[in-house]
Ligand binder design. Structure first.
Ligand code: HEC
Length: 125
Protein backbone atom coordinates (compact mmCIF):
# COMPACT_ATOMS: atom_id res chain seq x y z
CA UNK A 1 0.00 0.00 0.00
CA UNK A 2 2.74 2.39 0.95
CA UNK A 3 4.50 1.55 -2.28
CA UNK A 4 1.37 2.21 -4.27
CA UNK A 5 0.97 5.57 -2.60
CA UNK A 6 4.58 6.44 -3.28
CA UNK A 7 4.18 5.42 -6.91
CA UNK A 8 1.04 7.55 -7.19
CA UNK A 9 2.81 10.50 -5.62
CA UNK A 10 5.64 10.04 -8.08
CA UNK A 11 3.28 9.90 -11.04
CA UNK A 12 1.56 13.03 -9.83
CA UNK A 13 4.96 14.65 -9.50
CA UNK A 14 5.76 13.50 -13.01
CA UNK A 15 2.62 15.08 -14.38
CA UNK A 16 3.23 18.32 -12.52
CA UNK A 17 6.95 18.74 -12.82
CA UNK A 18 7.77 16.54 -15.82
CA UNK A 19 11.01 15.46 -14.15
CA UNK A 20 11.13 14.72 -10.44
CA UNK A 21 14.61 13.58 -9.58
CA UNK A 22 13.19 11.51 -6.74
CA UNK A 23 11.42 9.12 -9.10
CA UNK A 24 13.99 8.29 -11.64
CA UNK A 25 17.59 9.05 -12.43
CA UNK A 26 16.87 10.65 -15.71
CA UNK A 27 19.98 10.77 -17.79
CA UNK A 28 19.06 9.79 -21.29
CA UNK A 29 22.66 9.93 -22.43
CA UNK A 30 23.80 7.29 -19.95
CA UNK A 31 20.85 5.12 -20.82
CA UNK A 32 20.72 5.37 -24.57
CA UNK A 33 23.84 7.17 -25.71
CA UNK A 34 23.94 10.66 -27.18
CA UNK A 35 21.51 12.05 -29.66
CA UNK A 36 18.36 10.18 -28.75
CA UNK A 37 14.90 11.64 -28.71
CA UNK A 38 14.54 15.16 -29.94
CA UNK A 39 17.65 16.37 -28.21
CA UNK A 40 20.73 16.27 -30.37
CA UNK A 41 23.81 16.30 -28.18
CA UNK A 42 26.25 14.99 -30.76
CA UNK A 43 27.89 18.34 -31.51
CA UNK A 44 28.11 20.68 -28.55
CA UNK A 45 30.56 23.53 -29.01
CA UNK A 46 31.39 26.10 -26.38
CA UNK A 47 31.37 28.82 -29.02
CA UNK A 48 27.88 27.98 -30.32
CA UNK A 49 25.51 25.74 -28.33
CA UNK A 50 26.94 26.42 -24.87
CA UNK A 51 27.03 30.16 -25.41
CA UNK A 52 23.45 30.13 -26.68
CA UNK A 53 22.28 28.41 -23.52
CA UNK A 54 24.26 30.84 -21.38
CA UNK A 55 22.88 33.82 -23.26
CA UNK A 56 19.31 32.65 -22.84
CA UNK A 57 19.51 31.54 -19.21
CA UNK A 58 22.52 32.79 -17.31
CA UNK A 59 23.93 35.93 -18.79
CA UNK A 60 21.68 38.41 -17.05
CA UNK A 61 23.45 37.46 -13.81
CA UNK A 62 26.80 35.90 -14.65
CA UNK A 63 27.93 38.19 -17.47
CA UNK A 64 29.07 41.83 -17.42
CA UNK A 65 26.35 44.03 -15.97
CA UNK A 66 24.77 41.03 -14.27
CA UNK A 67 24.14 40.83 -10.55
CA UNK A 68 26.62 37.99 -9.94
CA UNK A 69 29.20 38.95 -12.51
CA UNK A 70 31.65 40.37 -9.97
CA UNK A 71 31.60 37.20 -7.88
CA UNK A 72 30.95 34.38 -10.36
CA UNK A 73 31.65 35.58 -13.89
CA UNK A 74 31.06 33.30 -16.87
CA UNK A 75 32.58 35.63 -19.40
CA UNK A 76 35.49 33.56 -20.65
CA UNK A 77 35.82 29.91 -21.49
CA UNK A 78 38.28 29.44 -18.61
CA UNK A 79 35.82 30.89 -16.11
CA UNK A 80 32.98 28.67 -17.23
CA UNK A 81 35.21 25.64 -17.60
CA UNK A 82 36.12 25.92 -13.93
CA UNK A 83 32.55 25.25 -12.72
CA UNK A 84 32.19 22.63 -15.44
CA UNK A 85 35.19 20.64 -14.25
CA UNK A 86 34.68 21.04 -10.50
CA UNK A 87 31.21 19.54 -10.74
CA UNK A 88 29.27 22.63 -9.69
CA UNK A 89 27.74 23.26 -13.09
CA UNK A 90 26.11 19.86 -13.56
CA UNK A 91 25.05 19.89 -9.93
CA UNK A 92 23.35 23.27 -10.03
CA UNK A 93 21.58 22.89 -13.37
CA UNK A 94 19.94 19.73 -12.00
CA UNK A 95 19.54 20.77 -8.39
CA UNK A 96 15.88 21.38 -7.71
CA UNK A 97 16.65 22.73 -4.24
CA UNK A 98 19.18 25.28 -5.54
CA UNK A 99 18.60 25.52 -9.27
CA UNK A 100 20.54 27.53 -11.83
CA UNK A 101 18.96 29.60 -13.17
CA UNK A 102 17.50 30.47 -9.78
CA UNK A 103 13.96 30.62 -11.12
CA UNK A 104 13.92 26.89 -11.86
CA UNK A 105 15.53 24.16 -13.91
CA UNK A 106 16.00 24.68 -17.62
CA UNK A 107 14.39 22.38 -20.14
CA UNK A 108 15.86 18.91 -20.24
CA UNK A 109 17.54 19.30 -23.61
CA UNK A 110 19.48 22.39 -22.57
CA UNK A 111 20.71 20.55 -19.50
CA UNK A 112 21.66 17.50 -21.55
CA UNK A 113 23.62 19.67 -23.95
CA UNK A 114 25.61 21.28 -21.14
CA UNK A 115 26.23 17.86 -19.60
CA UNK A 116 27.45 16.49 -22.93
CA UNK A 117 29.89 19.36 -23.18
CA UNK A 118 31.08 18.80 -19.59
CA UNK A 119 31.47 15.07 -20.22
CA UNK A 120 33.64 15.86 -23.23
CA UNK A 121 35.98 17.76 -20.90
CA UNK A 122 34.40 21.21 -21.35
CA UNK A 123 36.57 22.04 -24.38
CA UNK A 124 37.06 25.49 -25.85
CA UNK A 125 35.64 24.45 -29.20
C1 HEC B 1 19.06 35.55 -11.31
C2 HEC B 1 20.51 35.48 -11.36
C3 HEC B 1 21.17 34.19 -11.83
C4 HEC B 1 20.92 33.48 -12.97
C5 HEC B 1 19.91 33.77 -14.08
C6 HEC B 1 21.85 32.38 -12.95
N1 HEC B 1 22.61 32.41 -11.82
FE1 HEC B 1 24.03 31.07 -11.28
N2 HEC B 1 24.32 32.04 -9.53
C7 HEC B 1 23.67 33.21 -9.15
C8 HEC B 1 24.10 33.57 -7.80
C9 HEC B 1 23.62 34.79 -7.02
C10 HEC B 1 25.01 32.57 -7.38
C11 HEC B 1 25.75 32.47 -6.04
C12 HEC B 1 24.85 31.93 -4.97
C13 HEC B 1 24.56 30.48 -5.16
O1 HEC B 1 25.47 29.65 -5.28
O2 HEC B 1 23.36 30.15 -5.20
C14 HEC B 1 25.11 31.62 -8.49
C15 HEC B 1 25.91 30.50 -8.46
C16 HEC B 1 26.07 29.63 -9.52
C17 HEC B 1 26.93 28.47 -9.52
C18 HEC B 1 27.80 28.01 -8.36
C19 HEC B 1 29.16 28.60 -8.53
C20 HEC B 1 30.06 28.31 -7.35
O3 HEC B 1 31.29 28.47 -7.52
O4 HEC B 1 29.57 27.92 -6.28
C21 HEC B 1 26.85 27.90 -10.74
C22 HEC B 1 27.59 26.67 -11.25
C23 HEC B 1 25.92 28.69 -11.51
N3 HEC B 1 25.47 29.73 -10.74
C24 HEC B 1 25.57 28.43 -12.80
C25 HEC B 1 24.56 29.09 -13.49
C26 HEC B 1 24.14 28.72 -14.82
C27 HEC B 1 24.78 27.62 -15.65
C28 HEC B 1 23.11 29.54 -15.13
C29 HEC B 1 22.28 29.50 -16.36
C30 HEC B 1 21.82 28.19 -16.80
C31 HEC B 1 22.91 30.44 -14.02
N4 HEC B 1 23.82 30.14 -13.04
C32 HEC B 1 21.94 31.43 -13.97
C33 HEC B 1 22.78 33.93 -9.90
C34 HEC B 1 22.23 33.51 -11.10
Amino acid sequence: MKKTLAALACLLGLALLTMPSSCYYDNEEDLYGPGTGNCDTTTIRYSVEVKQILAANCNNCHLPGGSTYSGIPFETHAQFQEVALNGKLVDRINNQAAPMPQTGLMDKCSRQKLEAWVNAGAPNN
